[in-house]
Design a protein around this ligand. Sequence first.
Ligand code: SF4
Length: 247
Amino acid sequence: MIGSSTPPIRGIIESSLTHWDGRIVAVVFVGGCNLRCGGCPSPHLIGDGCDQGEIPLDSVLDAIYRRRRWIDGVVIKGGEPLLKPEVLELLELLRDFGLEIRIDTNGTCPEALSEVIRRDLVDFVSMEVKAPLTGQYHRVAGTTVDLGAIFDSIGILLSGEVDYEFRTVVYDGQLTSDDVMAIARTIKGARRYVLRAVKDKGPSRTVLRGLARSAGRHVAGCHVDGRPQDRETPFALFADGDERMNA
Ligand code: SF4
């Protein structure tokens, strides 16, 4: 039995076309998160309770290994995957399969982020910047956030040692266009910034495009994520045997 010290794996999608642009990937959901965002798409993943169950690491690795010739990579997301130091072992095991690895992070763990980059365990990092780095961040994240850690993670990615993107989910009533511009100024010079609205809870695609044009003054490329109504949301198998849609 491998992986006595790997992080709790709560779900897996064996192949997805929507979690990494242009790639077919497996998606691994790591349980536990240090934030409590109101619009969290994965509230069943953020608690640390053992009643959520875990998918044995052997099964996850076996499923990915069997598909390694038909997928391009693996996306590790949560929850917040960098919260558990054991994620390093998981990344090392996946690296041995010769697959590209992307990690999705909320940016609160800059030391772990530095470490996975230093050890060349990831090919791409997608970091969500939830709000301007003011008191507003705590409100959007649903808890007090170490804003210094968010600044540090932004700086690590801007240094360009690994390919990356920043992204922001825009909800009506939570972020204004001025807020999005403030975020764009904070990540000034970034290679890629992605704006996304959640279906029925965010601005129209036209409004989002206008925001992207304005934010584009500060970053090399600002994109609007796929139409929410067109976005395929594959079902993931979770440790409790349930299947749920995941963003
Ligand atoms: S950081 Fe992500 S997983 Fe954690 S609570 Fe916020 S939206 Fe949910």
